[in-house]
Design a protein around this ligand. Sequence first.
Ligand SMILES: Cc1ncc(C[n+]2csc(CCOP(=O)(O)OP(=O)(O)O)c2C)c(N)n1
Length: 642
Amino acid sequence: MRFLSEINSPADLRRLTIEDLQEVADEVRQFILETTSRVGGHTGASLGAVELAVAMHYVFDTPHDRLVWDVGHQAYAHKILTGRRDQLHTIKQYGGLSGFLRREESEYDTFGAGHASTSLSAALGMAIARDKKKDDFHVCALIGDASLAGGMAMEALNQAGHLKSRLVVLLNDNDMSIAPAVGALTRYLNRIKQAQSYHHLKEEIGDTLDSVPGVGHSLRRAAKSVKDAIAAAVLPGALVNELGFKYIGYVDGHNVPMLVRALEEAKKVNDGPVIVHALTTKGKGFPNPEKNYYAYHATGPYDIKTGAPIKSNKSAPPTYTDVFGEAMCELMARDDRIVALTAAMPDGTGVDKILAKFPDRAFDVGIAEQHAMTFCAGMACEGLKPVAAIYSTFLQRGFDQLIHDIFLQNLDVTIAMDRAGIVGADGPTHHGLLDIAYLRGYPNVVLMAPKDEAELRDMVHTAIQYKGPAALRYPRGNGIGVDISAPPKLLEIGKAEVLREGKDLAILAYGSMVMPSMKAAEKLAHEGIDAAVVNARFVKPLDKELILSLAGKFSLIFTVEEAYLAGGFGSAVLELLEENSALAKTHVIRMGVPDKIITHGDAKLLLAKYGLDSEGIFTKIIENRDIIEDSRSTKTRLKAIK
Ligand SMILES: Cc1ncc(C[n+]2csc(CCOP(=O)(O)OP(=O)(O)O)c2C)c(N)n1
């Protein structure tokens, strides 16, 4: 590495000549390949944005100038160039670098991210603050074409064009989301690309840029030449004229000198926002880039020569995601009112299988969770049975739409929340820990969580059959290996399942915590403690009858959930007991995720850290042994009195 080993900050990069930059980019790309082939990561997304990162840090005086990355999954080159090269191999691991951007991690990470389409709003906010403070720095937001189509980004575009604050937007257009990008904006961007031949356009822009006066010439003349550049580019109306943006492009997003020139031009626009439209290839440089586009976005470890994934030999049970996809296909074959929907996560949610099998009854709406909810509501109004498969964390985007459009109108929509709980390597922006709290406070909705993948099938069926809004949550990763060959069956709404009778205490577990609770109970038996275990199945409605009877029987009840404790399943149990004056004799201990930001890292490790595995549940119960002993002696005394 001729250059990279000497680049410890963007200032080092800026000491190089423009002619050296392409080689720097090549070295950065090689470094990403060598690292991600060992540890995995957002490989393809980051490989596609290498030259953009080099050019931005070269042109802008970072960190004085503010770079705002959308999502942040594509920012490995940015991390490498901003002093984090030697830690890149720790990315997404416990104690290591975050897979996204975090303000605490580096002064160059001006805005934390992980969810899409936030960069323009944040960058615009910074630009306006700069103007108010009469400060002088550039703000440049980098956003992908799929994220640009997200609702928030559209709202920011709308305001940016109106405010006329100085702002550079670098559009990383690779025609891809995680899956191929969808929607009318994608078509619009493609129209720009097709409108003139790439070569012709490059020359035209190049000529115009060449005619720009150097630094020190009047801004007016610079602005005029920018106008020329813009006029020379393809301007099919909407973005530039109607929204008040200037447009430079498109440029080859893998040609660093060209990107540098385009960004230098953009810097000179001082009377409003400007978009630099760069065309890139996702997974650029990935060995043997197959047609399998999902492989580009993120990878596990792979063979650096062939690109083939390095898989462990262990045969694992199917993932909850796969089981959901299969169950949906079975149910959709039986009932043509069922339609499926994903918001830009077809493979992540199992909707890819459904799209392949039922292309007319499945939709990828793009990064548009809010729209997805109300779109489902509309379909439900007309008698369809929409099932939206969505990550718990991304559903947060659609909160008001859930309440206002679905729950309030009691519409027949099913929400399948994948990645509910601690997701692991993706960290705090992606953990799905809030859904119980944010969903259960409103009437009409039924909320459930399966103990295993067979029950997931039953719950998908039950939720679809239920006449009204229903949501189910299930974790990331593999099922526990139970038989899933039986047809999905209907569960009684609000009925829990007693899995183990006991004499000393009751463990009420929700979803993914049921099986660890069973294991803990078995271990407790060896210690002479007899725990009943209940698979709660529903947090709304709770199995009131059963829980109140448990409270009458046991002086100690544990609730266990893979979610934030505040407002969660345990809170719901406490509320029920309080409403029924059943708390006086029963001690309730809630286990779940505490009121803390949960970092990234191996999910098993994080769950263990918060006592959310069989060992943790066992230990917590042993710690409260004195309550059990007390209750035993009270019972003995009472018996003696009788
Ligand atoms: C609100 C939200 N929904 C979904 C996602 C999942 N997600 C992460 S990256 C991505 C694709 C982004 O595509 P694009 O902006 O074009 O960038 P690229 O990966 O192609 O560089 C998606 C859908 C997310 N991060 N946030």
